[in-house]
Design a protein around this ligand. Structure first.
Ligand code: GFB
Length: 321
């Protein structure tokens, strides 16, 4: 007699955003019969409110949760609202994890970020360093709230045997991002500006000196890794999801890749009245490579081209501006 495979009901909070859409794309490209995804958007529920969050769990009865929902933003968005980033994310994370425990969810994978690591540190950064000192002043609100997810994961795991874990991506980019110039991260900001500069033949402005350095991961690659973590990674401790250290590039090099994608040959301006933020946050992906030695990341220029093409096709009506 054939045994009925227990269906995984996977609730993706923040399911309509950059990484959420990446997971939708990756799960459609690699479907499993025993998996059903529910992509939750902020329109469906206010996760800062416990009762609104409880209704989500009552309605969907998830067996697994991929927890992406958060108040996120780029350097300039964080710098002007650290308190809100802390309080809103603390409320969302406490509601989602406490209800996941109450509804006996089998596994929760939460999303952190390499900006949470200490600002004054040795490089490369690895998973053991999460709590080793204050994060960069530009985003302490977001960083401390995300660190507290790791603290809660440990508590739920030790006291209640909950399989709650987390991943730590580097700077993510791709389709369905927030392209609002003041609130966005660097790559969506550059894509938005270069689209307009190319259309209107205007000079292109990079904020800051362009010397800061970052490791960038394409949302669809991150999503493939998220599915692997949900399906196969069994540690409560976090794991960095990133390209290698040697793939770290300067903001100038990132801007050059976007300019290549648009064939922009106009004038460049560096607005050094704008902050560079953290100079670098070089992360080591040895733990990931121990598990997945052959994982192939999408070549950076190819991922940038796909992101620019998506933006040009959807601008302005279907883009978050
Ligand atoms: O992605 P981003 O805003 O945040 O990158 P962080 C900021 C870097 O890009 C700085 C330069 O060095 C900026 O000077 N930059 C150049 C620009 N042009 C632009 C532009 O048009 N827009 C933006 N936004 N930057 C964030 C954290 O830090 O990283 C968040 O604040 C989160 O909490 C995120 O963790 C992943 O990489 O500096």
């Amino acid at each position: 007699m054939e045994t009925q495979m227990a269906k995984k009901v996977i609730l993706v909070t923040g399911g309509s955003g950059l990484v959420g859409n990446g997971i939708r794309i990756a799960s459609e490209r690699d479907p499993r019969d025993d998996e059903q995804f529910i992509f939750l958007s902020s329109k469906d529920a206010d996760l800062t409110d416990k009762e609104s969050t409880r209704k989500v769990f009552e309605k969907h009865q998830p067996t697994h949760v991929i927890h992406l929902a958060a108040k996120v933003g780029g350097l300039y968005g964080n710098m002007k609202a650290n308190l809100e980033f802390f309080r809103i994310n603390m409320a969302i994370n406490d509601n989602v994890l406490s209800l996941a425990k109450e509804f006996k969810v089998e596994k929760v994978v939460s999303c952190l970020s390499t900006c949470i690591f200490p600002d004054k540190t040795t490089y490369p950064i690895d998973e053991t360093m999460v709590h080793n000192g204050p994060p960069h002043t530009s985003n302490y609100g977001y960083s401390y709230a995300k660190r507290m997810i790791d603290v809660m994961n440990k508590g739920y795991n030790q006291q209640h045997g909950c399989k709650f874990t987390s991943v730590i991506p580097t700077n993510v980019f791709g389709p369905y991002d927030n392209f609002n110039l003041e609130e966005s991260h660097v790559i969506p900001g550059l894509v938005h500006k270069l689209h307009v500069c190319t259309q209107e033949n205007k000079p292109f402005t990079v904020w800051g000196t362009g010397k800061a350095r970052r490791q960038f991961i394409y949302s669809v690659d991150l999503a493939r890794l998220f599915l692997w973590v949900m399906r196969s990674y069994d540690e409560p401790d976090p794991i960095i999801l990133s390209v290698a250290e040697e793939d770290e590039i300067s903001i100038k090099e990132a801007a050059e890749a976007v300019a290549r994608a648009y064939g922009f040959t106009g004038e460049w301006i560096y607005d050094t009245t704008r902050s560079d933020g953290q100079f670098k946050k070089t992360a080591c992906n040895n733990k990931l490579r121990k598990y997945l030695p052959d994982f192939k990341f999408t070549p950076f220029d190819e991922a940038i081209k796909e992101t620019c093409d998506w933006f040009s096709k959807n601008y302005p009506q279907n883009v978050r501006l």
